[in-house]
Design a protein around this ligand. Structure first.
Ligand SMILES: Cc1cc2nc3c(=O)[nH]c(=O)nc-3n(C[C@H](O)[C@H](O)[C@H](O)COP(=O)(O)OP(=O)(O)OC[C@H]3O[C@@H](n4cnc5c(N)ncnc54)[C@H](O)[C@@H]3O)c2cc1C
Ligand code: FES
Length: 1288
């Protein structure tokens, strides 16, 4: 948070900002408050920190400081914010773990609306909550009902603005500044004269205001501007002046400043004059997040001339006037902001040296209407795909168009005005036929060819017409309201105008089974104990690899990676890099003392590519330098010459064409699908694709290697889920025995499978570098490189044939599943096997023939990702069942029930079902969600709503826990010290999933001591060797048991003393034991029984016991879709999950909410895209969208099934990390149902193909109405061009 004295309003201004975009010189004279400054474990927690931790609002904790500071900045400006304020201030923050629900709940305790429960008459307080059930009715007086107590927030106790800054504020603000750095000189003039003279002296200087555009250029793209002039302290450029003609904004006015002023003006003047203000405000709501709006200026937005600027279309449509001043002229010139303002891509009509002084927007006149629109991939904090502003002026008293002005972004290289269309509109009556004519005219004005940058060409064209249709209706409805006699708004039409339901307040409930009443208070198993690192996450004290203090002489490593998908390396030139400041050395395969080969399951990867590269992002070498900045800059200077190799295989279809596979095919066969198909009443065939997914853990891959200095010993701090694998690979690459390598991990900032194997991409190069240099070497991948190099979830394509009876019973299924593995094997075939095995989910398909084919392509190697193939396999089967339902016109939920597995059934993986919990979850979920009556309401809604449709779906889940036999082993070490404190080490890593918290709860019960006496410092290969990776939802089962065994052993040793001295408390007992020379250190080793299976891919049979137990669940989701834009909102999600007897319900529910939202992203929003030549386009948060706060289901209810036991895991618990993610496809199917309703209105019946993810683009185009059809791609032009992007 930045605080400074505001001279214009004479007050202290507090605002949040992105540290990575705020040059340190820009905060001269300001107070900067970081998360460490507001509270700590050593002093006192701030209320924001305390409540977030107590509401379980952090998991891995990597996002937490940012979230704390956004909320803190809001409270500093508004101590009692509204729920909307809270959601608004978090628009610019992301969390990959929690699913947002608990964060919102924590912060809503600050809001003014906690007294009014959004549950209305269903409020637990009104009905009386059950005593035996843990209830946390969010927003519903959480102080009392949840038992969560937190301290009162007293805004008067906040840290004061530093007095010395206050006394010097005038001087600081009026003094021109100049900072000279190693490479850059930065000026901050305080008057226009100074600014113009600086521009004259430095004609090539770069103007920078909020730095939110230029900061990306320099930070991400590595551009260098040697002289920067920052005009933000020139008061004339900060003015907002309104007169009787309109409002003038100084070019340096921030968007937040503008928002505040316009809000005041609209409040006082609701007239037609302020229409553009309302449009501006609406647009600003969807413009980035607070951190950007607080510093970004209107001048920066205009002058950067982005074709997708959100403000430029509004300025253009309103015939705004820009005022410029040239350095050589004292006089200002004024320019109309029309088409000629942006002559070409990223260029304005400003002359060299000219500075934008202000922008003037005239008030709207009578008989004039205007509105703006924006569509992006994600609603919040995302740049536009297409945006628009339209204004129409009528001949007074008529509906005849006098003037029509429109401007669109995202439809050309600049913001554009469709001149012919605008001309054609003049004189036309505002009647229905105008929409059709507009569609024809606009397709000539705004035409995109197939290869247009940005892709989505058909969608963008359809959006333009859809926006106009909305505008047409908006104007019509305004006129109707004003009493015009020339039209009425039909029900159909009004559905296109109504506010989307995302304005509904977010809330949710969580219910679980309480522990038995006789369980001692001290025994925390089964209780909602807070994450052991929760507080440290919120205070910023939690230590990740990058937080480890710098070692003496430490060096930094930056990778040199391939920019070609398939090519020979002809030459690597490091001359320029060597000249770069701080350069220490360059590494390639010749520097690896041991093996350069990396062996995951096959030995097909190299630390440093030798002769050829097989994907973009593959490591060729690395630069080591004395700092992060120096290493990264030098790495950019390494020049690699390539010779391309044919073919370049990117997509699954390419791989099929070239027969590029990793053999053998994975087969699972039960019954005889071909014979059974013959006897079926109906047979249908189809195809479907499921896209990949980027892990997007908040902490990118990171490692630090520390040579010990003797015997080849090396210590490695690695953010990895698999320390054992890293130890093995480092030892092999350094040619030393594993006992010389100690791998350590305190915690990781999210892993989701992506840090199981791919961590070697950082770990091995730093180890080789540390070995070569004899010094500590660290590396944390820049987000862009992490996304390019590390792969993600495998995209799948499936073709299927299904035979079924009139009753809906599926008799036979034949499916081929193809997965895109990328250029190396990694875990691709095991992942494909899980996709095949989990295909049949909760259903009994008596005859099934599944074949999985692993495709080898030239993209980064795809790898493990939460669910490990399960989500893709299950999705295909659920899609297929929906096809059956559609074909037979039997409700989808009935088809699911007809085919659902029952006790006694044998699955296709030869496992007998003895499991009534699946049906219980299903029935409870239908009942708790009020499924049937909501389904009726949905249908009624759809009948009266043409352009907004609702969809409801329900999915069951039978998720089995399986693991390779040899990996089902776990070790732990428990030490008791003479002061009675206990240290536990086990082989699992803490990555946010709360493993350490659960382990401490288990140890507390076993030893009979408070959890506060137990500490887990880290995971290390030195304490627990040969540990299996922390994956597959199995770690609390395995490591929990190992810890229990160790504790039991200790208690066995202590019991004789306890019996002899029953009066001794724990500390004295331990002391006595020590004095009696009893060993207070024990290891535990758990060898999970039960697993003993083998899979013969040739005959398609699994022999032995493949399944340990099932984690069951069911989910219902309801969505609303805007058929004109493709936007959807999840209105409600209800989940019933069987986690046995939960070890920690708060953590388990956190996993369910977080896993579900991550899966929701996979099935609806997250879409990795490549160029046809294999470059990943979606690198960084700007291009790749994971769900944000606003995407959390508006109502999100999670219930843990009661009275469920599990004799296969510790204390009757169940693994929960992965299963909820699979349930998230329920949202996809709800969307599909809504789209289906829309298609029926367009006369399109029967099943249709909607691939996953159901992005706004695919939803909109699948709706198949006259606007989308009209704008199907122009076949005549540009067809021979390659598309801009493809899905791998
Ligand atoms: C996370 C993120 C989200 C974003 N979301 C959006 C979004 O939703 N919609 C959108 O439209 N944009 C978005 N942007 C882009 C950017 O924030 C805006 O364009 C912003 O308005 C730029 O303002 P600035 O002051 O930061 O510009 P700066 O980076 O300071 O400057 C941008 C350009 O404008 C020029 N310039 C600045 N002031 C003047 C002047 N007075 N005279 C002449 N030239 C001048 C500079 O020389 C520079 O070339 C986003 C950016 C980020 C990083
Ligand atoms: S807790 Fe938010 S990203 Fe992990």
């Amino acid at each position: 948070m930045i605080s400074k004295w505001d001279h214009i309003n004479n007050k202290i201004e507090h605002y949040s900002a992105n540290a990575c975009l705020a040059p340190v010189v820009s905060v001269h004279g300001c107070a900067v408050t970081t998360v460490e400054g507001i509270g700590s474990t050593k002093t006192k927690l701030h209320a924001v920190q305390e409540r977030l931790a107590k509401f379980h609002g952090s998991q891995c904790g990597f996002c937490t400081p940012g979230i704390v500071m956004s909320m803190y900045a809001l409270l500093r400006n508004k101590p009692v914010p509204s729920a909307e304020d809270i959601e608004g201030c978090l628009q610019g923050n992301l969390c990959r773990c929690t699913g947002y629900r608990p964060i919102l709940s924590a912060f809503q305790t600050f809001s003014d609306s906690t007294s009014g429960c959004p549950m209305g008459t269903s409020c637990c307080k009104l009905n009386g909550a059950e005593k035996t059930e843990g209830n946390l009715e969010l927003n519903c007086d959480p102080h009392a009902s949840s038992g969560v107590c937190f301290s009162h927030y007293d805004p008067t106790q906040e840290i004061i603005f530093p007095p010395e800054l206050l006394t010097k504020s005038c001087e600081l603000a009026s003094k021109p500044l100049k900072f000279v750095g190693e490479r850059i000189t930065w000026f901050r003039p305080t008057s226009l004269d100074e600014l113009t003279s600086l521009r004259k002296t430095y004609p090539d200087s770069q103007l920078v205001n909020g730095n939110t555009e230029i900061g990306v250029e320099t930070g991400v793209k590595g551009r260098l501007f040697k002289v920067i002039v920052n005009p933000s302290a020139i008061s004339k450029l900060k003015e907002i002046v309104a007169d009787d003609k309109g409002v003038k904004f100084g070019a340096a006015c921030t968007l937040t400043q503008i928002k505040e002023e316009l809000t005041k003006m609209v409040k006082t003047d609701q007239s037609f004059q302020t229409q553009w203000m309302a449009a501006f405000l609406e647009m600003l709501h969807w413009f980035a997040g607070d951190q950007i709006r607080n510093v970004a200026a209107i001048g920066g937005n205009t002058m950067t001339a982005s074709p997708i600027s959100d403000l430029n279309p509004i300025l253009m449509a309103n015939e705004s006037m820009a005022t410029f001043r040239l350095h050589s002229r004292a006089k200002d010139r004024q320019v109309l902001m029309d088409q000629s303002f942006f002559p070409k891509y990223r260029t304005t009509c400003a002359e060299k040296g000219e500075v934008l002084i202000s922008v003037f927007l005239p008030f709207n006149a009578k008989d004039e209407y205007m509105k703006a629109y924006k569509q992006s991939k994600r609603r919040e904090d995302d740049i536009a795909i297409v945006n628009a502003a339209m204004r129409v002026v009528f001949h007074p008293g008529t509906c005849k168009v006098l003037k029509f002005v429109a401007a669109f972004g995202g439809m050309a290289a600049t913001s554009v005005m469709p001149e012919k269309t605008m001309q054609n509109m003049i004189g036309r009556e505002w009647k229905e036929d105008l929409v059709d004519d507009f569609s024809k005219w606009i397709s000539e004005d705004l035409f995109l060819d197939k290869g247009a940058p940005g892709g989505m060409v058909e969608y963008r064209e359809a959006l333009v017409v859809s926006f106009f249709f909305k505008f047409f209706l908006h104007v019509k409805s305004c006129r109707v309201k004003e009493g015009a006699k020339d039209g009425i708004i039909s029900k159909d039409e009004s559905s296109a105008l109504e506010k989307p339901a995302y304005n509904l307040k977010q809330f949710g409930t969580r219910t679980w089974q309480e522990v038995p009443p006789n369980q001692p208070e001290e025994d925390k198993v089964g209780r909602d104990v807070q994450h052991v690192s929760g507080i440290k996450h919120t205070t910023g004290e939690a230590v990740y690899v990058d937080d480890i203090p710098q070692y003496k002489d430490e060096l930094y490593l930056a990778h040199v990676i391939s920019t070609r998908a398939h090519a020979f390396i002809r030459n690597v030139d490091i001359q320029k890099a060597m000249m770069s400041p701080g350069f220490v050395t360059y590494l390639d395969d010749r520097d690896v003392p041991g093996t350069n080969t990396v062996t995951v399951l096959k030995s097909d990867e190299q630390i440093f590519a030798k002769e050829k590269v097989t994907c973009v992002g593959q490591i060729i070498g690395a630069v080591v330098a004395d700092s992060q900045a120096h290493a990264q800059r030098a790495a950019q200077l390494v020049q690699v010459e390539y010779e391309d190799i044919d073919p370049v295989i990117i997509t699954i279809k390419d791989a099929i064409k070239h027969k590029s596979y990793f053999p053998p095919p994975v087969r699972l066969i039960d019954g005889d699908a071909d014979v059974a198909m013959e006897t079926c009443d109906h047979v249908i065939e189809g195809e479907i694709s499921v896209g990949g997914q980027e892990h997007f853990y908040m902490e990118t891959q990171a490692a630090l290697a520390l040579p010990v200095g003797e015997d080849g010993e090396m210590e490695i701090f690695s953010a990895t889920q698999d320390l054992d694998f890293m130890q093995r690979q480092v030892a092999a690459s350094l040619n030393v025995e594993r006992n010389k390598i100690r791998v350590r991990c305190k915690r990781i900032g999210g892993g989701f499978g992506g840090k199981q194997l791919r961590s070697w991409l950082v770990c091995l190069p730093v180890a080789v570098a540390a070995n070569k240099c004899g010094k500590p070497v660290r590396c944390m991948l820049p987000r862009k490189d992490d996304m390019l190099m590390t792969g993600g979830r495998h995209p799948f394509y499936a073709n299927y044939k299904v035979g079924f009876m009139n009753s809906g019973k599926v008799q036979s299924i034949k499916v081929q599943l193809f997965s895109n593995c990328g250029h190396t094997y990694d875990h691709s075939v095991p992942i494909l096997s899980v996709a095949v095995a989990k295909f049949s989910n909760a259903y009994n398909f008596p005859n099934i023939h599944l074949e999985g084919i692993a495709c080898k392509t030239n993209v980064a190697s795809n790898t493990a990702f939460r669910g490990y193939g399960g989500p893709q396999g299950l999705f295909v089967a659920e899609n297929l069942l929906n096809n059956v339902a559609e074909y037979l016109t039997i409700p989808q939920e009935k088809i699911r029930e007809i085919n659902m597995l029952k006790s006694g059934d044998i699955t296709c993986y030869s496992h007998k079902i003895e499991n009534p919990q699946l049906r219980r979850c299903w029935d409870e979920c239908l009942a708790k969600s009020d499924f049937y009556s909501r389904k009726t309401r949905c249908e009624e809604f759809n009948k009266r709503s043409r352009w907004r449709k609702r969809g409801l779906a329900c999915i069951p889940l039978l998720h089995f826990l399986t693991f390779p036999h040899f990996l089902c082993q776990a070790g732990a070490l428990v030490n008791i010290y003479t002061d009675g404190s206990v240290s536990v080490t086990h082989g699992g890593t803490e990555m946010g999933q709360g493993l350490h918290t659960k382990i401490i709860q288990i140890a507390g019960r076993c030893l009979g001591i408070p959890v506060s006496r137990i500490h887990i410092s880290e995971t290390t290969t030195a304490s627990v060797p040969n540990a299996s990776a922390t994956v597959a939802s199995i770690s609390s089962d395995m490591y929990g048991m190992a810890v229990q065994y160790a504790c039991d052993e200790l208690m066995r040793r202590l019991n004789p003393i306890r019996k002899q001295f029953p009066e001794l408390d724990w500390n004295n007992l331990i002391n006595k034991a020590y004095m009696n020379r009893v060993s207070l250190s024990a290891t535990g080793f758990y060898n999970m029984p039960g697993f003993n299976w083998s899979w013969n891919f040739d005959i398609g049979k699994i022999e032995g016991n493949y399944v340990q137990y099932y984690t069951n669940g069911a989910a219902v989701s309801e969505v609303e879709v805007d058929c004109l834009t493709g936007v959807h909102v999840v209105l409600q999600t209800d989940i019933v999950m069987d986690v046995g007897r939960s070890l920690n319900p708060a953590i388990d529910i956190g996993q369910i909410e977080g896993g579900f939202v991550q899966g929701y992203g996979m099935f609806t929003m997250e879409e990795p895209l490549h160029t046809p030549s294999g470059h990943l386009l979606t690198v960084g948060p700007g291009a790749y969208k994971i769900p944000g706060f606003g995407d959390c289901p508006r109502q999100f209810n999670v219930h843990l099934l009661r009275n469920s036991e599990n004799d296969k895991a510790i204390y009757s618990s169940k693994g929960i990390g992965e299963p909820p993610l699979l349930l998230a496809c329920v949202v996809f199917f709800a969307i599909e149902n809504a789209v289906s309703a829309a298609r029926k209105d367009s006369g399109l019946f029967g099943s249709f193909r909607l691939n996953s993810p159901a992005t706004a683009e695919s939803i909109r185009m699948a709706c198949g109405d006259k606007f989308s059809k009209q704008h199907e791609f122009h076949k005549s032009d540009g067809n021979n061009k390659l598309p801009w992007s493809i899905r791998a």
